[in-house]
Write a protein that binds this ligand. Structure first.
Ligand SMILES: Nc1nc2c(ncn2[C@@H]2O[C@H](COP(=O)(O)OP(=O)(O)OP(=O)(O)O)[C@@H](O)[C@H]2O)c(=O)[nH]1
Ligand SMILES: [Mg+2]
Length: 353
């Protein structure tokens, strides 16, 4: 899963990035502190994988990962190249989820693009830039289609009109055919999105801004989460897990990474499957509705190409037995083909040429 972080300059994007990745991207109190994107990969903690690894006595564990991309702040006109916006946006074209950071903390020491804090205005500015950037893509594609009556042209024209009216494509009901036609475009306003209210803990004013953003998220068909980037960053830099836990308890800080990953899984239909192979237990993230052969491709293109069949058992079922062999001998492992739709928490064993 790849997550791209967007927002106005100086709202705390790099601080969020560091908080989520225990990273050390430069953060400072001036707009456009970030120019080149910061990229970091973190493991998704997973108790089920721990259980599977101890059950199967594998030497190694490989947790599925999330990649975070932190780009420069976007401003009005970004899609037209202001502040190098176009270049910044191309760095997040291929992410799975957009994390939109919105400033909800008051701090006279930290400058803001505008005088007042206003989460609704700020989100709308960024959304407009994403929308304009999508519009440019669609218009460029339309200019290349010569056949006047082609189905693709009709679809793109419809989408172009929606964007023109300021509609985020995430809010547009799409047919299966339209979804397929749009797949290659990586439209930013179609991607699942989380609004992150960067708040000051225990602060009424900040909480009321976050509440406004929360309602706005519902309108825009986005998920939302409120957390203090700064406090989460402080916790992230403690080295010891127990120390982190204590610090969180003392200052009533929620675990930002855990919360965000939960949101992405619960709101956007990500599920996890597991494999045991070559002395290694692994977890893999896929979207609900993914077939066995597509899941094979997540592991290696050779397994996808040479796919013969897959053995399937749910993890809770498997754990009732002493070993995988025993579950198999008792007939609890099913054999499925390419088109099988994988369910959450299934253990898969692929057979391939
Ligand atoms: N008080 C307070 N300050 C914060 C918080 N989050 C970030 N800041 C400060 O805000 C300033 C900007 O933070 P950055 O993380 O660099 O912001 P950015 O959005 O990445 O900025 P650009 O890369 O310049 O667009 C820094 O001085 C941070 O310390 C917060 O939750 N509370
Ligand atoms: Mg930054």
């Amino acid at each position: 899963m790849r997550i791209g972080i967007v927002g106005l300059p100086n709202v705390g994007k790099s601080t969020v990035f560091n908080a989520l990745t225990s990273g050390s991207a430069p953060c400072s109190n001036y707009p456009f502190c970030t120019i080149e994107p910061n990229v970091a990969i973190v493991e998704v903690p997973d108790k089920k994988l721990d259980e599977l690894a101890s059950f199967s006595r594998t030497k190694e564990k490989k947790y599925t990962t999330v990649e975070f991309v932190d780009i420069a702040g976007l401003i009005k006109g970004a899609s037209k190249g202001e502040g190098l916006g176009n270049k910044f946006l191309s760095n997040i074209r291929n992410v799975d989820v957009i994390l939109h950071v919105v400033r909800c903390f008051l701090d006279s020491q930290v400058s803001h693009s505008f005088e007042e804090i206003d989460p609704i205005r700020d989100t709308d500015i960024i959304n407009t830039e994403l929308l304009l950037s999508d519009m440019e893509l669609i218009n460029n594609a339309l200019a290349k289609i010569k056949k006047t009556d082609s189905k693709d042209k009709q679809i793109l024209e419809k989408i172009g009109q929606k964007l023109n009216k300021g509609e985020l494509i995430r809010n547009t009901p799409l047919t299966a055919e339209e979804k397929t036609a749009l797949k290659g475009f990586q439209l930013l306003t179609l991607k699942p999105c989380v609004y992150l209210a960067n708040i000051k803990e225990d602060d009424e004013k900040s909480a009321s801004f976050a509440e406004k953003l929360h309602s706005k998220a519902k309108e825009d068909n986005c998920a939302s989460v409120a957390l203090s980037a700064k406090l989460n960053e402080e916790v992230a830099h403690l080295s010891d897990e127990n120390e982190k836990e204590e610090y969180r308890k003392e200052f009533k800080i929620e675990d930002g990474l855990k919360k965000l990953i939960e949101i992405c899984y619960n709101s956007f239909g990500f599920i996890t499957f597991y494999t045991i192979a070559n002395e290694k237990a692994s977890s893999w993230a896929i979207m609900k509705g993914t077939t066995a052969i597509e899941s094979a491709g997540k592991i290696h293109s050779d397994i996808e190409k040479g796919f013969i069949k897959v053995e399937v058992i749910s993890l809770p079922e498997l754990l009732k037995f002493a070993s995988y062999e025993e579950a198999k001998n008792k007939g609890r492992v099913k054999i499925e083909g390419k088109e099988y739709i994988v369910n959450d928490a299934e253990v898969l064993y692929f057979k391939f040429h």
